[in-house]
Write a protein that binds this ligand. Structure first.
Ligand SMILES: NC(=O)c1ccc[n+]([C@@H]2O[C@H](COP(=O)([O-])OP(=O)(O)OC[C@H]3O[C@@H](n4cnc5c(N)ncnc54)[C@H](O)[C@@H]3O)[C@@H](O)[C@H]2O)c1
Length: 425
């Protein structure tokens, strides 16, 4: 392996693990992020990302091959630039302003023979139609003749104990064979398997296919959960039964809504692009409609459950367990919990919430009161209704069932605990 001088732009869930892995493989890496506080913490070995332990970061720093900066001038000297910045939506339209800003930093340092890789999730065509012309305008350099231009989607699954950056196959789409060769050699130095596709568009599309597939299938089971309740069917049991089929079925589970940076956002990048062809991408739009309605549906089920014991939402004490969008993480991005809690509070509920992974200041607009420390039997028993929103492993289902007066479980955390006061989505 030829060690490269790598610059990773964006040091979050995607960029930081990549910077550490590349440094571990022997590359010299500078991580650039305009967030000064983040860079200061990283320099002291403090990782803001759960999947990168401080220990790992300290080891990478101690190797002398990893450094961090918030100064664009310090990325000169790099020959490989990997862009891992956020790609949010603004009014349902792709917001590529951070990609543009990162490309501008790259433009200040790119030299002939260098390599630019975009990892941020985006609509097909971005690498060739947006990144390449912007670099050409600023530097006069054109891909594929003057430098290697590549799209390689990150597929990291934060909190996944089995699949990490290293053992998740990597898709690489270079503009021209030489770019594909160079990027494959780079990623192969720290990733077990690289899968080449013919160009950046195919790689961009592969990522959106994966996330749209999840989005649509989650919507399918969410819609089923709504009518299964009315039909008196335990959908969780049916999903378990269908999952015994060894071929042709992949299980998805319902929930109080979708969250995170990817599932609620990425499919809209694709539907936005399709709409520019003059027609809608109906699967994505329908799935978005269903998934976005789930917090409202959960609130209506809560109202029904309180009605069942002659109580109203107004004046009831409701305890929400877990507010992060995903199990065992403290990530609040696009979490449906604040939407649910604000809705309950707007109907007069006294909302309290508990999450072992989330600090109160991460949910400034929760509509409720954060419960600190361990979840106690007293806290559970004091609530008219307990709602499981996120199924963190730290929660003991038996204890929650035992001490709750009435329980609504949106994640099947309490699977196998059947009692008259326990209800499921
Ligand atoms: N989080 C995931 O699970 C995941 C998985 C696969 C792909 N992705 C995609 O990867 C991209 C990054 O996501 P993330 O979760 O790492 O985001 P993040 O918010 O965790 O981190 C992004 C970092 O980029 C920095 N940044 C903003 N503007 C910048 C700029 N101009 N130059 C350099 N850095 C800049 C931010 O300060 C932040 O530290 C997104 O496109 C996302 O869709 C995310």
């Amino acid at each position: 392996m030829t060690p490269r001088n790598v610059c990773v732009l964006g040091l979050g869930y995607v960029g930081l693990p990549l910077a550490c892995a590349a440094a571990g493989a022997g590359h010299r890496v500078v991580g650039y992020d305009p967030d000064r506080g983040r860079v200061a913490g990283l320099r002291q070995g403090r990782s803001p990302v759960e999947d990168v332990e401080d220990r790992l970061l300290e080891k990478a720093l101690a190797s002398g091959r990893l450094s961090f900066t918030d100064d664009p001038a310090e990325v000169t000297g790099s020959d490989t630039f990997v862009i891992c910045v956020p790609t949010p939506l603004e009014e349902k339209t792709p917001d590529l302003s951070m990609v543009d800003a990162a490309v501008d930093v790259v433009a200040g340092a790119l030299r002939p023979g260098g390599m630019v890789i975009l990892e941020s999730t985006t609509y097909p065509g971005t690498t060739e139609e947006r990144v390449a012309p912007r670099l050409a305008a600023a530097t006069g350099l054109r891909a594929p003749d003057d430098y290697h231009l590549v799209f390689s989607p990150e597929r990291i699954d934060p909190g996944n104990p089995v699949y990490s950056l290293e053992n998740t196959p990597r898709v690489v789409g270079g503009l021209g064979p030489a770019a594909g060769d160079a990027a494959s050699a780079f990623y192969s130095s720290f990733i077990d398997h690289v899968h080449r596709v013919s160009g950046p568009r195919e790689a961009e599309m592969a990522k959106l296919l994966e996330n749209t597939y999840r989005h649509v299938n989650i919507a399918l089971v969410n819609e089923m959960a709504i009518f299964c309740d009315e039909l008196g069917i335990d959908l969780w049991e049916s999903i378990g039964a269908a999952s015994t089929k060894p071929f042709g079925f992949a299980p998805f589970t319902p929930g109080p809504g979708v969250g995170g940076h990817c599932i609620p956002v990425d499919p809209s990048y694709l539907s936005w692009r399709v709409r520019r062809l003059g027609y809608p991408f109906r699967f994505v739009e329908l799935a978005g409609e269903i998934n976005d309605r789930m917090p409202v549906y959960v609130a209506s089920r809560i109202a029904d459950l309180l009605n069942g014991v002659q109580k109203s939402v107004s004046g009831s004490r409701i305890l929400v367990l877990g507010v992060a969008y995903k199990k065992d993480l403290g990530d609040m991005r696009e979490s449906p919990a604040p939407v649910l809690m604000r809705r309950l509070a707007s109907h007069g509920a006294l909302v309290r919430w508990h999450d072992p992974h989330v600090r109160a200041d991460q949910v400034p607009d929760s509509g409720g009161v954060a419960v600190d420390g361990e979840l106690t039997a007293e806290e559970l028993a004091a609530a008219d209704l307990v709602v499981v929103h996120t199924d963190h492993a730290a929660y003991d289902p038996a204890m929650i069932v035992r001490h709750s007066r009435r329980l609504f479980d949106t994640r099947n955390l309490t699977a196998g605990h059947h009692a008259e006061h326990v209800f499921r989505l």
